[in-house]
Design a binder for this molecule. Structure first.
Ligand SMILES: [Zn+2]
Ligand SMILES: [Zn+2]
Length: 357
Protein backbone atom coordinates (compact mmCIF):
# COMPACT_ATOMS: atom_id res chain seq x y z
CA UNK A 1 0.00 0.00 0.00
CA UNK A 2 1.30 3.45 -0.84
CA UNK A 3 0.31 5.91 1.86
CA UNK A 4 1.81 9.06 0.49
CA UNK A 5 1.32 11.09 -2.64
CA UNK A 6 3.98 13.25 -4.25
CA UNK A 7 3.31 16.99 -4.15
CA UNK A 8 4.41 19.41 -6.86
CA UNK A 9 7.73 19.93 -5.11
CA UNK A 10 8.54 16.24 -5.14
CA UNK A 11 8.01 16.05 -1.39
CA UNK A 12 5.58 13.40 -0.25
CA UNK A 13 2.61 14.75 1.66
CA UNK A 14 0.72 12.30 3.85
CA UNK A 15 -2.86 11.46 3.12
CA UNK A 16 -4.57 12.37 6.40
CA UNK A 17 -4.95 10.66 8.65
CA UNK A 18 -2.03 8.28 8.24
CA UNK A 19 -3.42 4.76 8.53
CA UNK A 20 -2.59 2.44 11.35
CA UNK A 21 0.95 1.05 11.42
CA UNK A 22 1.65 -2.44 10.11
CA UNK A 23 0.87 -5.26 12.51
CA UNK A 24 3.78 -6.77 14.38
CA UNK A 25 5.80 -8.96 12.04
CA UNK A 26 4.26 -7.30 8.98
CA UNK A 27 5.26 -4.50 6.64
CA UNK A 28 3.69 -1.84 4.41
CA UNK A 29 5.00 0.39 1.67
CA UNK A 30 5.18 4.07 2.66
CA UNK A 31 6.34 5.39 -0.70
CA UNK A 32 7.64 3.36 -3.61
CA UNK A 33 10.84 1.69 -2.43
CA UNK A 34 10.42 2.60 1.25
CA UNK A 35 8.82 -0.03 3.49
CA UNK A 36 7.77 0.17 7.12
CA UNK A 37 8.31 -3.03 9.14
CA UNK A 38 7.26 -3.72 12.73
CA UNK A 39 8.97 -6.18 15.06
CA UNK A 40 7.78 -7.16 18.53
CA UNK A 41 9.86 -6.56 21.66
CA UNK A 42 9.51 -8.54 24.92
CA UNK A 43 9.69 -5.35 27.04
CA UNK A 44 7.30 -2.57 28.12
CA UNK A 45 7.95 -0.78 24.82
CA UNK A 46 6.47 -3.64 22.83
CA UNK A 47 7.54 -2.85 19.26
CA UNK A 48 10.16 -1.25 17.06
CA UNK A 49 9.77 0.21 13.57
CA UNK A 50 12.36 -0.87 10.99
CA UNK A 51 12.77 0.35 7.43
CA UNK A 52 13.55 -1.55 4.24
CA UNK A 53 14.78 0.63 1.37
CA UNK A 54 14.93 -0.72 -2.18
CA UNK A 55 18.56 -0.41 -3.21
CA UNK A 56 19.28 -1.58 -6.76
CA UNK A 57 19.33 -5.36 -6.70
CA UNK A 58 18.94 -5.64 -2.94
CA UNK A 59 17.55 -4.13 0.22
CA UNK A 60 19.10 -1.68 2.62
CA UNK A 61 17.67 -2.44 6.05
CA UNK A 62 17.62 0.28 8.72
CA UNK A 63 17.64 -1.16 12.28
CA UNK A 64 17.03 -4.81 13.05
CA UNK A 65 15.07 -5.76 16.21
CA UNK A 66 16.40 -7.90 19.03
CA UNK A 67 17.62 -11.48 19.08
CA UNK A 68 14.91 -13.35 20.97
CA UNK A 69 12.83 -16.46 20.29
CA UNK A 70 10.84 -16.10 17.11
CA UNK A 71 12.50 -12.93 15.82
CA UNK A 72 14.79 -14.57 13.25
CA UNK A 73 11.83 -16.66 12.05
CA UNK A 74 9.83 -13.43 11.59
CA UNK A 75 12.71 -11.96 9.59
CA UNK A 76 12.99 -15.13 7.46
CA UNK A 77 9.28 -14.91 6.63
CA UNK A 78 9.40 -11.17 5.89
CA UNK A 79 12.41 -11.62 3.64
CA UNK A 80 10.86 -14.53 1.80
CA UNK A 81 7.24 -13.39 1.45
CA UNK A 82 7.14 -9.60 1.76
CA UNK A 83 10.59 -8.59 0.54
CA UNK A 84 10.50 -10.94 -2.45
CA UNK A 85 13.48 -13.11 -1.57
CA UNK A 86 15.77 -10.29 -2.68
CA UNK A 87 19.07 -10.20 -0.74
CA UNK A 88 19.91 -7.64 1.91
CA UNK A 89 22.92 -5.78 0.60
CA UNK A 90 23.46 -3.34 3.46
CA UNK A 91 22.42 -3.05 7.12
CA UNK A 92 22.34 0.42 8.69
CA UNK A 93 21.95 0.72 12.46
CA UNK A 94 21.00 4.09 13.92
CA UNK A 95 22.45 3.41 17.38
CA UNK A 96 23.73 0.89 19.90
CA UNK A 97 20.56 -0.18 21.74
CA UNK A 98 19.57 -3.83 21.48
CA UNK A 99 16.21 -3.17 19.80
CA UNK A 100 18.13 -1.48 16.96
CA UNK A 101 21.41 -3.42 16.76
CA UNK A 102 20.35 -6.82 18.17
CA UNK A 103 19.99 -8.72 14.91
CA UNK A 104 22.49 -6.69 12.87
CA UNK A 105 25.15 -9.40 13.20
CA UNK A 106 22.68 -12.10 12.17
CA UNK A 107 21.58 -10.22 9.02
CA UNK A 108 25.13 -9.30 8.06
CA UNK A 109 26.29 -12.89 8.51
CA UNK A 110 23.33 -14.30 6.59
CA UNK A 111 23.81 -12.07 3.55
CA UNK A 112 27.55 -11.45 3.70
CA UNK A 113 26.92 -7.70 3.59
CA UNK A 114 28.32 -4.80 5.57
CA UNK A 115 27.09 -3.15 8.73
CA UNK A 116 26.97 0.65 8.50
CA UNK A 117 27.16 2.40 11.86
CA UNK A 118 28.87 5.34 13.50
CA UNK A 119 32.05 4.24 15.25
CA UNK A 120 31.02 5.20 18.80
CA UNK A 121 27.67 3.43 18.50
CA UNK A 122 29.36 0.28 17.20
CA UNK A 123 31.94 0.21 20.00
CA UNK A 124 29.25 0.96 22.60
CA UNK A 125 27.06 -1.86 21.24
CA UNK A 126 30.05 -4.22 21.54
CA UNK A 127 30.47 -3.15 25.16
CA UNK A 128 26.79 -3.68 26.07
CA UNK A 129 26.67 -7.01 24.25
CA UNK A 130 29.73 -8.18 26.21
CA UNK A 131 28.63 -6.79 29.58
CA UNK A 132 28.94 -9.00 32.66
CA UNK A 133 26.66 -6.65 34.60
CA UNK A 134 29.43 -6.38 37.19
CA UNK A 135 31.61 -3.60 35.79
CA UNK A 136 33.10 -1.45 38.60
CA UNK A 137 31.96 1.78 36.89
CA UNK A 138 28.38 0.48 36.72
CA UNK A 139 28.45 -0.48 40.40
CA UNK A 140 30.04 2.84 41.41
CA UNK A 141 27.45 4.97 39.61
CA UNK A 142 24.54 3.18 41.27
CA UNK A 143 26.13 2.97 44.68
CA UNK A 144 26.75 6.75 44.65
CA UNK A 145 23.08 7.16 43.68
CA UNK A 146 22.07 5.34 46.87
CA UNK A 147 21.45 1.82 45.55
CA UNK A 148 22.06 -1.17 47.84
CA UNK A 149 24.43 -3.97 46.78
CA UNK A 150 21.45 -6.32 46.29
CA UNK A 151 19.67 -3.78 44.04
CA UNK A 152 22.84 -3.28 41.97
CA UNK A 153 23.23 -7.05 41.59
CA UNK A 154 19.65 -7.32 40.36
CA UNK A 155 20.16 -4.55 37.80
CA UNK A 156 23.41 -6.26 36.77
CA UNK A 157 21.45 -9.45 36.05
CA UNK A 158 19.10 -7.35 33.91
CA UNK A 159 22.14 -6.02 32.01
CA UNK A 160 23.22 -9.59 31.30
CA UNK A 161 19.72 -10.34 29.93
CA UNK A 162 20.01 -7.32 27.63
CA UNK A 163 23.47 -8.47 26.50
CA UNK A 164 21.75 -11.68 25.37
CA UNK A 165 19.50 -9.66 23.03
CA UNK A 166 22.47 -9.13 20.64
CA UNK A 167 23.47 -11.69 18.05
CA UNK A 168 27.29 -11.58 17.78
CA UNK A 169 28.19 -8.30 16.10
CA UNK A 170 30.49 -8.38 13.08
CA UNK A 171 34.16 -7.55 13.71
CA UNK A 172 34.13 -4.52 11.43
CA UNK A 173 31.84 -1.83 10.10
CA UNK A 174 31.51 0.63 7.29
CA UNK A 175 31.72 3.80 9.34
CA UNK A 176 29.06 6.52 9.04
CA UNK A 177 29.86 10.05 10.12
CA UNK A 178 27.82 13.16 10.65
CA UNK A 179 27.06 14.89 7.35
CA UNK A 180 27.91 11.85 5.18
CA UNK A 181 25.67 11.33 2.17
CA UNK A 182 24.59 7.77 1.34
CA UNK A 183 23.11 6.83 -2.01
CA UNK A 184 20.33 4.31 -1.51
CA UNK A 185 18.27 3.19 -4.49
CA UNK A 186 19.25 6.30 -6.45
CA UNK A 187 18.17 8.68 -3.66
CA UNK A 188 20.54 10.65 -1.47
CA UNK A 189 20.23 10.33 2.32
CA UNK A 190 22.15 12.68 4.61
CA UNK A 191 23.44 11.40 7.97
CA UNK A 192 22.81 13.65 10.97
CA UNK A 193 24.72 12.20 13.91
CA UNK A 194 24.61 13.48 17.45
CA UNK A 195 24.53 12.63 21.14
CA UNK A 196 21.97 12.72 23.92
CA UNK A 197 19.98 9.49 23.71
CA UNK A 198 23.17 7.62 22.82
CA UNK A 199 26.62 8.98 22.06
CA UNK A 200 26.65 9.18 18.24
CA UNK A 201 23.14 8.34 17.09
CA UNK A 202 22.59 8.56 13.32
CA UNK A 203 19.40 9.96 11.78
CA UNK A 204 18.89 9.87 8.00
CA UNK A 205 17.27 12.59 5.91
CA UNK A 206 16.24 12.22 2.26
CA UNK A 207 15.27 15.68 0.93
CA UNK A 208 14.04 14.28 -2.38
CA UNK A 209 11.52 11.95 -0.74
CA UNK A 210 10.77 14.32 2.14
CA UNK A 211 11.49 11.55 4.64
CA UNK A 212 13.41 11.71 7.92
CA UNK A 213 14.38 8.50 9.73
CA UNK A 214 14.66 9.84 13.27
CA UNK A 215 15.61 6.65 15.16
CA UNK A 216 15.11 7.30 18.87
CA UNK A 217 16.18 10.98 18.67
CA UNK A 218 12.70 12.36 17.96
CA UNK A 219 9.73 10.21 18.93
CA UNK A 220 6.01 10.93 18.91
CA UNK A 221 4.06 10.43 22.13
CA UNK A 222 7.04 9.62 24.35
CA UNK A 223 10.27 11.49 25.02
CA UNK A 224 13.62 9.83 24.34
CA UNK A 225 15.46 8.37 27.29
CA UNK A 226 18.35 10.69 28.21
CA UNK A 227 20.50 8.96 30.82
CA UNK A 228 23.97 9.20 32.30
CA UNK A 229 26.13 6.25 31.19
CA UNK A 230 28.39 4.64 33.82
CA UNK A 231 31.23 4.94 31.29
CA UNK A 232 30.95 8.73 31.62
CA UNK A 233 29.47 9.41 35.08
CA UNK A 234 30.08 13.18 34.92
CA UNK A 235 28.80 13.50 31.35
CA UNK A 236 26.08 15.95 30.32
CA UNK A 237 23.99 14.02 27.76
CA UNK A 238 21.14 16.50 28.11
CA UNK A 239 23.31 19.31 26.69
CA UNK A 240 24.25 17.03 23.79
CA UNK A 241 20.58 16.23 23.20
CA UNK A 242 19.63 19.95 23.12
CA UNK A 243 22.44 20.57 20.62
CA UNK A 244 21.52 17.63 18.40
CA UNK A 245 17.83 18.55 18.32
CA UNK A 246 18.65 22.13 17.44
CA UNK A 247 20.91 20.91 14.58
CA UNK A 248 18.14 18.62 13.30
CA UNK A 249 15.67 21.53 13.42
CA UNK A 250 18.11 23.66 11.42
CA UNK A 251 18.94 21.05 8.77
CA UNK A 252 15.65 19.22 8.25
CA UNK A 253 12.56 21.08 7.03
CA UNK A 254 9.32 20.90 8.98
CA UNK A 255 7.32 19.32 6.17
CA UNK A 256 9.14 15.96 6.16
CA UNK A 257 7.36 12.79 7.16
CA UNK A 258 9.16 11.59 10.29
CA UNK A 259 9.84 7.85 10.46
CA UNK A 260 10.49 7.18 14.18
CA UNK A 261 11.67 3.90 15.73
CA UNK A 262 8.71 3.71 18.10
CA UNK A 263 5.13 4.91 17.62
CA UNK A 264 3.62 6.13 14.35
CA UNK A 265 5.02 8.14 11.47
CA UNK A 266 4.15 11.81 11.88
CA UNK A 267 4.51 15.29 10.44
CA UNK A 268 5.38 18.46 12.34
CA UNK A 269 9.04 17.76 13.17
CA UNK A 270 9.81 21.28 14.36
CA UNK A 271 6.74 21.50 16.61
CA UNK A 272 7.60 18.11 18.11
CA UNK A 273 11.19 19.21 18.81
CA UNK A 274 9.95 22.45 20.39
CA UNK A 275 7.59 20.52 22.67
CA UNK A 276 10.29 18.02 23.69
CA UNK A 277 12.85 20.74 24.45
CA UNK A 278 10.24 22.84 26.28
CA UNK A 279 9.27 19.87 28.46
CA UNK A 280 12.87 19.15 29.45
CA UNK A 281 13.57 22.79 30.24
CA UNK A 282 10.39 22.82 32.33
CA UNK A 283 11.56 19.78 34.28
CA UNK A 284 14.94 21.41 34.95
CA UNK A 285 13.17 24.50 36.34
CA UNK A 286 10.92 22.35 38.47
CA UNK A 287 13.94 20.60 39.95
CA UNK A 288 15.69 23.71 41.27
CA UNK A 289 13.39 24.56 44.23
CA UNK A 290 13.66 20.94 45.40
CA UNK A 291 17.43 21.41 45.70
CA UNK A 292 17.42 24.24 48.23
CA UNK A 293 18.18 21.48 50.74
CA UNK A 294 20.71 18.77 49.74
CA UNK A 295 19.05 15.77 48.08
CA UNK A 296 20.08 12.35 46.82
CA UNK A 297 19.06 11.44 43.27
CA UNK A 298 16.39 9.00 44.46
CA UNK A 299 14.84 11.65 46.73
CA UNK A 300 13.93 13.62 43.59
CA UNK A 301 11.88 10.91 41.87
CA UNK A 302 8.66 12.24 43.44
CA UNK A 303 9.33 15.71 41.98
CA UNK A 304 10.27 14.43 38.53
CA UNK A 305 8.06 11.49 37.70
CA UNK A 306 4.28 11.36 37.59
CA UNK A 307 4.10 7.67 38.43
CA UNK A 308 5.57 6.29 41.66
CA UNK A 309 8.98 4.66 41.28
CA UNK A 310 8.93 1.54 43.41
CA UNK A 311 12.28 0.30 44.71
CA UNK A 312 11.19 -3.23 43.89
CA UNK A 313 10.84 -2.39 40.18
CA UNK A 314 14.56 -2.51 39.40
CA UNK A 315 14.40 -1.81 35.62
CA UNK A 316 12.20 1.25 36.30
CA UNK A 317 14.54 2.37 39.10
CA UNK A 318 17.42 2.06 36.62
CA UNK A 319 15.70 4.33 34.09
CA UNK A 320 14.65 6.83 36.75
CA UNK A 321 18.18 6.98 38.18
CA UNK A 322 19.84 7.46 34.78
CA UNK A 323 17.43 10.23 33.79
CA UNK A 324 17.62 12.00 37.17
CA UNK A 325 21.42 11.98 37.03
CA UNK A 326 21.29 13.43 33.50
CA UNK A 327 19.20 16.37 34.78
CA UNK A 328 21.44 16.84 37.82
CA UNK A 329 24.68 16.64 35.79
CA UNK A 330 23.27 19.28 33.45
CA UNK A 331 22.60 21.61 36.38
CA UNK A 332 26.06 20.87 37.81
CA UNK A 333 27.71 21.64 34.44
CA UNK A 334 25.78 24.91 34.25
CA UNK A 335 26.95 25.81 37.75
CA UNK A 336 23.44 25.98 39.24
CA UNK A 337 23.98 22.97 41.48
CA UNK A 338 26.96 21.43 43.25
CA UNK A 339 27.41 17.87 44.39
CA UNK A 340 29.33 16.19 47.19
CA UNK A 341 29.66 12.62 48.27
CA UNK A 342 29.06 11.99 51.99
CA UNK A 343 30.68 9.56 54.41
CA UNK A 344 28.04 6.96 53.43
CA UNK A 345 29.33 7.07 49.82
CA UNK A 346 26.11 8.57 48.47
CA UNK A 347 26.18 11.79 46.42
CA UNK A 348 23.93 14.69 47.34
CA UNK A 349 23.08 17.70 45.20
CA UNK A 350 22.30 21.22 46.31
CA UNK A 351 21.58 24.58 44.74
CA UNK A 352 24.73 26.69 44.42
CA UNK A 353 24.74 29.91 46.46
CA UNK A 354 23.30 32.65 44.31
CA UNK A 355 21.78 30.31 41.69
CA UNK A 356 18.46 31.66 40.49
CA UNK A 357 15.34 29.59 40.88
ZN1 LIG B 1 17.54 3.81 21.82
ZN1 LIG C 1 14.64 2.20 20.48
Amino acid sequence: MNLLQPTKRGVFAPIHPLPAPPETGKMMELVPGVHWLRMGLPIALDHINLWALADGHGWTIVDTGIDHPGSTETWERLLREDLGNVPVTRVIVTHMHADHAGLAGWLVEKFGCKLWMTRTEYLSAQAIAGSSGEEPAFRALHSKAGWTAAEIAELGARKRTIAGFYAPLPGSIRRMRDNDTLEIGGKLWRVIAGGGHSPEHACLHCPELGLFISGDMVLPGISSNISVDPVEPDGDPLAEWFTTLSRIREKVPNDVLVLPSHGRCFTGLHERIDVLVGEQRGVLKQLLPALVQPKRADELFGVLFKRPISRSDIPLMGLATGETLALLNHLVTRGSVHRRTGADGVTVYQLTNGATL
